[in-house]
Design a protein. Structure first.
Ligand SMILES: Cc1cc2nc3c(=O)[nH]c(=O)nc-3n(C[C@H](O)[C@H](O)[C@H](O)COP(=O)(O)O)c2cc1C
Length: 206
């Protein structure tokens, strides 16, 4: 029995492609694994706080330097880390915003990438502590950044997500990409259909 964390980062509701596709994937998965638990974290509609000065004190200062504010700020992060670590698999619906991820998702990453909790610094350098987990990223973008295309170097979203999740140890990652969504009806429909086909297949083998 697994625990699945579904994270959505689009501020849009029904019109959001990344939200619709990640929800579809989660539903397909749940149908086939009714014993699994599915948790939802909707960053698009319920953002988590940004890192603040009290947060930095809470994360890095010694106990005697802690204040009520630093304890409260880091308690939010601790809770998000605990939730993340309690899950075995992650389904992440992430739009492309300005060639990268939305700031709501970046704020979440800043809360869960924590020294001593999700990564460690040892004699051999950095080590990810989140081991044995799987993630599928379902991304959406108005344009296309396909490998080999002139715009591929502008895609900071997929490389960043691979790097930061890999940094904390989540290296078993898959990408389902719905792109060209703002390039006319036909390209958008085709791309979405391709993404739906891919997620249906992945839901049986993941
Ligand atoms: C603030 C903002 C920035 C965006 N930046 C990009 C971008 O850099 N490249 C791109 O291809 N599409 C960009 N888009 C288009 C979105 O990626 C596209 O509409 C996508 O479908 C949004 O995801 P959603 O449908 O899940 O809401 C941007 C949209 C918004 C609102």
């Amino acid at each position: 029995m697994s625990k699945i964390l579904v994270i959505t980062a689009s501020p849009r509701g029904e019109r959001s492609v990344s939200r619709a596709l990640s929800t579809q994937f989660a539903q397909l998965w749940a149908q086939q694994h009714p014993q699994d638990t599915v948790l939802l974290r909707d960053l698009g509609h319920h953002p988590v706080p940004h890192v603040t000065e009290p947060w930095v004190v809470g994360a890095f200062a010694p106990p005697e330097a802690q204040t009520p504010e630093s304890k409260a700020a880091i308690a939010v992060s601790d809770q998000l880390v605990d939730e993340f670590l309690s899950c075995d698999r992650f389904i992440l619906g992430v739009p492309m915003y300005n060639l990268n991820i939305p700031s709501t998702f970046k704020a979440y990453i800043d809360q869960i990438v924590r020294a001593g909790k999700t990564f460690a610094v040892g004699p051999n350098g950095y080590e990810g502590l989140v081991k044995g987990k799987k993630a599928v990223f379902i991304t959406s973008s108005g344009g296309s950044f396909a490998a080999g295309s002139p715009f591929a170097p502008f895609n900071f979203q997929e490389p960043y997500l691979r790097a930061i999740f890999g940094f904390i140890g989540v290296t078993d990652v898959q990408f389902i990409i719905a792109d060209s969504l703002n390039q006319g009806e036909d390209p958008a429909r085709l791309s979405r259909q391709k993404a739906e086909d891919a997620l249906k297949e992945l839901a049986t083998t993941w």
